[in-house]
Ligand binder design. Structure first.
Ligand code: CO
Ligand code: CO
Length: 337
């Protein structure tokens, strides 16, 4: 069988392929709410995962994530998809334990490609202490892969997105720019090595380094962009998140990718949805707005901690950086200055 490039088969890739947040809310808001007295977090709070009480002080945390490939190497794609799916368990403060795979696979690809995707996912899952113990495959024109992941935590240790308080420092644990860079990379521009390395890095250390410190709220930054995921926390917590643009760190080449127009479509649907929710100072250019609203794939954890705990965290986490602070709710839930 002749070799077909994975990314040549897809229209959009990674977390860029998410449905626009505005459409999602139209479809899902006001659905009959899930009634279960054991359900601690469900649909309503737009959190990273569901949280279900096991009745003995422990909770089960469950999430699912799958998407089309953003790289041609199937092993790497498996690793990135696994790291991305498992991240939502870390973003809830949980220990990921079990996973099942979801695979959509086109008949034009050699079956060995599927095996390599699984090998990548299994290797990454093992690094997280996760066992992939089953799954489901479909024949589909576009390849897609991901995991449904189950984790556990003590109920009192769960990080939700509703606890951010005025005075908290805002910390991000990975650089931004994966969506821009992978868009440029697909067009044959820009070296994506650092973006790929970052996307396949687990958020395990980012989560574990917060052990013993106070985390008021947490989420991870993926398809809805830094702006969208910040808004979800601001909304759930009833605060304003104030982000200092100059303290953001971007992967090398991300700004150039934006300047040269390699902007993923999700950037525009994100901004449309967030237009009246995010206030960005006039000094920022279109390129800088591209950098704020572009989807991220397998992004970092966004942690909200009291300043002393944040200092302690940053001392032990060279990869992480402070990007702003939480203030009392003002006019806009998120501000960038
Ligand atoms: Co998430
Ligand atoms: Co998710």
């Amino acid at each position: 069988m002749e070799e077909v490039k994975l990314t040549s088969l897809v229209r959009s890739s990674g977390c860029n392929a998410k449905l626009p947040p505005g459409d999602l809310h139209k479809a899902l808001d006001d659905l009959p709410s899930a009634e279960s007295e054991n359900l601690i977090e469900g649909f309503e709070s737009s959190d990273d995962a569901l949280v279900y009480s096991l009745g003995d002080g422990r909770v089960l945390i469950e999430t699912v994530d799958f998407f089309p490939p953003m790289v041609d190497d199937p092993f790497l794609f498996g690793q990135i998809a696994a790291a991305n799916a498992i991240s939502d368990i870390y973003a809830m403060g949980g220990r990921p334990s079990l996973a099942m795979s979801l695979m959509c696979f086109p008949s034009c690809l050699d079956i060995s490609v599927m095996r390599r995707i699984m090998e990548g996912a299994i290797a990454k899952a093992a690094e997280a202490g996760v066992v992939i113990a089953g799954g489901h495959t479909l024949s589909d024109r576009e390849p897609k892969f991901g995991l449904a992941v189950t984790g556990f935590a003590d109920e009192c240790d769960v990080w939700s997105n509703k606890g951010a308080r005025a005075g908290d420092a805002v910390i991000l644990t990975k650089k931004l720019g994966t969506g821009l860079l992978m868009t440029a990379h697909k067009a044959g521009e820009s070296d994506a090595a650092e973006a790929i390395e970052q996307m396949r890095t687990l958020n395990r250390k980012a989560a574990e380094n917060a052990a013993g410190l106070s985390v008021h709220a947490a989420t991870d930054v993926t398809g809805f962009s830094l702006m969208g995921h910040s808004f979800e926390v601001a909304k759930a917590s009833g605060v304003t998140i104030s982000i200092d643009f100059s303290s953001l760190r971007f992967l090398p080449g991300a700004e150039d990718a934006a300047r040269f127009g390699f902007v993923p479509e999700g950037r525009y649907t994100n901004e449309d949805y967030l237009a009246d929710k995010v206030s960005i100072a006039d000094v920022f250019s279109i390129t800088q707005r591209d950098m704020l609203f572009s989807p991220e794939t397998s992004g970092g954890l966004l942690l909200f901690m009291p300043p002393e705990d944040a200092d302690e965290y940053l001392k032990n986490s060279g990869f992480a950086f402070r990007i702003g602070e939480v203030i009392e709710r003002g006019k806009a839930p998120v501000t960038v200055c």
